[in-house]
Design a protein around this ligand. Structure first.
Ligand SMILES: Nc1ncnc2c1ncn2[C@@H]1O[C@H](COP(=O)(O)OP(=O)(O)O)[C@@H](O)[C@H]1O
Ligand SMILES: [Mg+2]
Length: 276
């Protein structure tokens, strides 16, 4: 497996058009403002702002139950926030209907989850080809593109195997290939290495970060692993549904608490260990 540059296959003829949108200067690819999300009485997100630039990778860290998956699901249009705004290239997406959001996810986003997301009855090739076929690419072209992706991610020779015949690391690389086959604008990954040993997990994460970068997609990755976070361009930490300073256990970047000085300099820019 090459260390740095993943040789990214070219777009399959007839496959979904890239990121329709021309880059708009000054407009973040993905942005969220004031995200609040409640599940009944549980507040999973308590007011989160996030921005993601073109081709930027963002690691989301935090303890279990802190709201990381909810944030990812809201950013990706899987969940509609209780309040707040999500924009993709400046266009609001949280107001779209279920059908439009589904189309958006299918054509412009890629997803990698923990394990078990591959369809067990399909081969590696068919698993990777499926998202391309769902956006209108012919089966032959989608499977050819799948083979190119599998080869690019070090999986030549496994095309005909089913997920049960792959190692955990191989299966996650298939999942990465599947997330990228439509050349998405944003890739969302929720603890993609959570079921792997550390060495295998790092291998998969390098493939994910490098190949996402190589296609020009932006990346949001939820991870517990600080090494993984370090490969990303930026990191945010989430606690109790709020973004806090990296490494801190207290809140920051969300304005002063009652009784705190307003406008304290650098309040949202505390470095590691710099929190109160
Ligand atoms: N579908 C749901 N229904 C009710 N509560 C949920 C649901 N999903 C998440 N929660 C709650 O929201 C909070 C944040 O969860 P989650 O975003 O999954 O955290 P993380 O991914 O950081 O572990 C937790 O208290 C969790 O129990
Ligand atoms: Mg989670």
């Amino acid at each position: 497996m090459s260390e740095r540059s993943v040789p990214v296959p070219s777009r399959a003829p007839g496959s979904a058009p890239a990121a329709a949108a021309a880059p708009a200067p000054g407009v973040p690819r993905l942005a969220a403002r004031g995200l609040v999300h409640r599940f009944g009485v549980t507040t999973a997100l308590a007011g989160v702002d996030v921005e993601l630039g073109d081709g930027e990778s963002l690691a989301v860290m935090g303890p279990s139950g802190s709201g990381k998956s909810t944030l990812l699901h809201v950013l990706a249009g899987i969940l509609v926030p209780t309040s707040g705004v999500v924009t993709l290239r400046g266009r609001e997406v949280q107001g779209l209907g279920e059908k439009e959001r589904s189309l958006l996810r299918r054509s412009r986003y890629g997803f990698v989850f923990q394990l078990g997301q591959l369809l067990s009855e399909l081969s590696a090739r068919e698993n990777v080809a499926l998202p391309a076929m769902l956006t209108g690419t012919s089966r032959a072209e989608a499977e050819a593109a799948a083979d190119r992706w599998l080869a690019a991610l070090g999986l030549a020779g496994t095309e005909g195997r089913r997920p049960g015949e792959l190692s955990g690391g191989q299966a996650q690389r298939v999942a990465v290939a599947r997330a990228l086959v439509n050349r998405p604008e944003v890739v969302f990954a929720d603890e993609p290495t959570g079921s792997l040993d550390q060495a295998t997990g790092h291998d998969v994460m390098k493939v994910l970060v490098d190949s996402t970068r190589a296609v020009g997609a932006s990346l949001v990755v939820v991870t517990h692993d600080a090494d993984v976070a370090a490969w990303c361009d930026r990191r945010i930490d989430v606690r109790d549904g709020l973004v806090v300073a990296p490494g801190s256990t207290t809140r920051a970047g969300v304005g002063p608490r009652p009784g705190e000085r307003a406008g304290a300099p650098g309040g949202d820019l505390l470095g590691p260990g710099g929190a109160r």
